[in-house]
Design a binder for this molecule. Structure first.
Ligand code: MTE
Ligand code: QUE
Ligand code: MOS
Length: 746
């Protein structure tokens, strides 16, 4: 296979005044240098708005943007060639940071507003009100397998692409645009990924498109896997957010009004930033009933890489804002944060369990989770022991916090909530399952395997889940929004139901030969055999049934399709039912902070999480533990740094610190909520991929609790996000300085 190395922009914003690739072509082993001039179709990889040039022309808009790609017989040759490509720029002043974008009125979108009640009047009337603002840092996905693809020309002018993508249908669409081919000439296969976390929803398109283009032009197979530094510089991350809030509340900490202006940093192109901001606005309530709200959101346009989906999709950032608000309310009143949080939870019926966008929270489990977890985590007793510890220790303090999660399940762009499957039964009774979802370590294939086992009554070894391909199931949605198992599982189930219906009459006929009078509707598929409920002792192997069905000319493949019923959101009115249902959970975290160094450890975490009737306990437990630690990394350790010229400084494992096993909670108790079948989801299950990430907000709030313990009586405890050791030390400095100021007049 030929290999690729890119030529990337060394400026955040500039006009390209000269591009000369000739020197690269004389490097031994260099085969070709691709630029925009080589693109037969559209020079674009943008997912929604076509604002992402595959190869920059005229202007570059972020440091790391691709201008050309060198194709060689080895990646060393291609890399050597890339060094020889001459690019000259006329630099322009870049727009950097959310506040920079606001100052320049640089936005990708119009504001999106969600309102309930009259927040201005309620704020004016409230006994107490406070306001503030916070920045929330982004996050690098750091999937262990970096972005990768390979492509090969097929017969008759078509192309095959294997892509490390969560969204094979979109890679297919983009390759078809770039090559100017209809979609039926592009086949994309998505083998299991070494992690995606949202970073391969749209960002896989670039490497796939380059491989496909080079393969078609050179009539040879081409592969490209980004090295870690290139991956971190060239592909989008979790969005940094900025929120300004005003909150009104009574003497008990009951919130009466909340206004939030929410901004995210979309980077140079739109990508999914609008839907990500929407999800931020939808989750500004987290699990709390707030009678009067005005939430306004807008996507900023800046000269950094275009930010993208990351586990939680803006929901986590929205929740961090409201959890900060609740902590401020509690400390302002001198109340325990857990009491103030509990008071404000969605409870009761009607209005008080209806979200700000007008969706009734059916099956609200947050109250039950809160009380069961408070008991199992011994919250009250541990609040006492934390206080005792802090009374005795001067340099080290402990902090404790409980935070809830309510996360809406469904793509908020309602049309995306659909999935297809294709199930094949062979004459020997073995089965292949195809569906539109991709495997990235979240256990989707295991779950689809399990659903097929249950639906066809077969042992695991009779079933193979195939690699996801666009020629098996068309027009798929990204495996995203935590709904991969819900949507594809329902489609697989539907296909199996069709097959069972076709096989049952054959089974009845075979059983009749054994002397069992059975009608088709009494046939049961179980343990690799079929039998009638009218005579349990007489059973026929599934393989015998398959062979008999074949001989009777029965169609042994079926497709299944599912669309989520009853969801719709009217963005202009800011009202509707965007979510099929909500996933719930809560976490109690206890941390220890060293006041001299700002260093911290997480001593103990207790989680109670609602996955409905789990499709697979071990997979779901793994998702909860993994999401929690990934969320902790985002909130407490991982820090993206750009310099003043818009160049990402933290672009490798030596400068960007993801959590290691030693950072995981020393004591980690994860419980799945019992007896919680979810109505109208496949096998009573609930989505699990993203929601538990937000349980990690309890670590941020526990750190704040520990920080506050260093300065008794402090009426606020500011803390930057991420709460790195440095940020904790800064927070302690701020608090101590403030405390001195207050005491000064005495
Ligand atoms: N778990 C692992 N191990 N690796 C991943 O890349 N992605 C997460 C989550 N869990 C991810 C993961 C994200 S962002 C989503 S949306 C869901 O898995 C997607 O899969 P699902 O819908 O099948 O749960
Ligand atoms: C959660 C998600 C996604 C989402 C909305 C969510 C997501 C995604 C899109 C999206 C939106 C508009 C489009 C499109 C995709 O919305 O992953 O192609 O036109 O891709 O609430 O995870
Ligand atoms: Mo997940 S961020 O919806 O891929």
């Amino acid at each position: 296979m030929l290999e690729v190395w890119p030529v990337t922009s060394k400026e955040a914003r500039a006009r390209i005044t000269r591009l000369d690739v000739s020197a690269a072509l004389s490097v031994p082993g260099v085969v070709r240098v691709l630029t925009a001039a080589d693109v037969p179709g559209m020079n674009d990889t943008g997912a929604i708005r076509h604002d992402e040039p595959l190869f920059a022309t005229g202007e570059v808009n972020f440091h790391g943007q691709m201008i050309a790609a060198v194709v060689g017989v080895s990646y060393e040759a291609a890399r050597e060639g890339a060094k020889r490509v001459v690019v000259e720029y006329e630099p322009l002043v870049p727009i950097l940071g959310i506040e920079g974008a606001i100052a320049h009125s640089s936005f990708h979108t119009q504001p999106h507003t969600i309102r309930r009640g009259d927040s201005a009047a309620a704020l004016a009337e409230a006994k107490h009100s406070i306001h503030g603002e916070l920045h929330i840092g982004g996050q690098e996905h750091f999937y262990l397998e970096s972005q990768a693809a390979w492509a090969t020309p097929g017969d008759d002018g078509d192309v095959f692409v294997a892509s490390s993508t969560q969204h094979p249908s979109e890679v297919q669409a983009i390759v078809s645009h770039v090559l100017h081919l209809p979609r039926n000439r592009v086949v994309v296969e998505a083998p299991r990924m070494g992690g995606g976390f949202g970073g391969k929803e749209t960002q896989g398109a670039l490497v796939s498109a380059v491989c496909a283009l080079a393969a078609m032009l050179e009539k040879r197979a081409v592969r490209w896997q980004l090295d870690r530094d290139l991956d971190m510089m060239m592909t989008g991350k979790r969005h940094p957010f900025f929120g300004r809030y005003r909150v009104g509340f009574d003497a008990d900490g009951l919130i009466e009004a909340l206004e939030v202006d929410l901004f995210n940093d979309g980077g140079y192109a739109l990508d999914l930033s609008e839907s990500i901001l929407d999800r931020g606005l939808f989750h500004l309530d987290n699990s709390y009933y707030i009678p009067n709200v005005t939430f306004i959101g807008r996507v900023c346009k800046t000269n950094v890489v275009s930010h993208t989906a990351f586990r939680g999709f803006g929901g986590p950032q929205g929740m961090v804002v409201v959890e900060e608000v609740l902590d401020r309310v509690a400390r302002h009143l001198g109340l325990l944060p857990e009491r103030v949080r509990e008071q404000n939870l969605y409870r009761g019926e009607g209005e008080t369990v209806t979200t700000h966008y007008g969706q009734l929270i059916e099956g609200n489990r947050i109250g039950r989770i809160w009380s069961e977890l408070s008991t199992s985590a011994e919250l009250v007793a541990r609040r006492e022991s934390v206080k005792n510890f802090n009374d005795k220790n001067v340099y080290v303090k402990r902090g404790l916090a409980i935070t809830p999660v309510k996360f809406g399940i469904s793509f908020t762009a309602s049309f995306l909530n659909q999935a297809g499957a294709l199930v094949l039964i062979y004459r020997d009774g073995t089965v292949q399952v195809n569906h539109g979802g991709t495997e990235m370590g979240q256990g989707l294939y295991t779950k689809m395997h399990g659903i097929t086992m249950r639906e066809l009554g077969l042992p695991a070894e009779a079933i193979v889940v195939m690699k996801t391909r666009t020629d098996k199931v068309p027009n798929t949605s990204a495996t995203a929004a935590s709904s991969g198992a819900d949507l594809n599982g329902a489609a697989v189930k539907a296909a199996c139901e069709v097959l069972r219906e076709r096989l049952a009459p054959v089974a009845a006929e075979l059983l009749a030969r054994e002397g069992v009078a059975a009608n088709a509707s009494s046939i049961v598929f179980e343990n690799g055999r079929v039998f009638s409920t009218s005579a349990l002792a007489v059973t026929i192997p599934f393989s015998t049934l398959a062979e008999a069905a074949y001989l009777r000319q029965v169609n042994m493949s079926a497709n299944g399709f599912y669309r989520t019923p009853g969801i719709a959101y009217d963005k202009a009115r800011g009202q509707g039912k965007p979510f099929h249902y909500f996933a719930f959970g809560a976490a109690v975290s206890e941390v220890e902070v060293d006041g001299l160094t700002g260093m911290k450890i997480v001593n103990r975490v207790d989680i109670l999480h609602d996955v409905g009737d789990s499709l697979n306990h071990n997979v779901d437990r793994g998702q909860i533990e993994g999401a929690f630690v990934q969320g902790m990394g985002w909130l407490t350790g991982e820090e993206l740094k750009w310099n003043s010229k818009g160049c990402l400084l933290s672009h490798s494992a030596s400068t960007y610190q993801i959590p290691a096993v030693g950072d995981a909670p020393a004591e980690f108790h994860v419980q799945l909520l019992a007896e919680t079948a979810q109505y109208s989801v496949v096998h009573g299950s609930k989505a699990v991929g993203e929601p538990p990430l937000m349980l990690a907000i309890s670590v941020r709030e526990a750190l704040r609790d520990a920080i506050a313990a260093f300065v008794p009586g402090a009426r606020r405890a500011p803390l930057a996000s991420p709460a790195t050791h440095e940020a904790i030390l800064n927070a302690l400095d701020d608090l101590r300085r403030e405390a001195k100021k207050v005491r000064a007049p005495e």
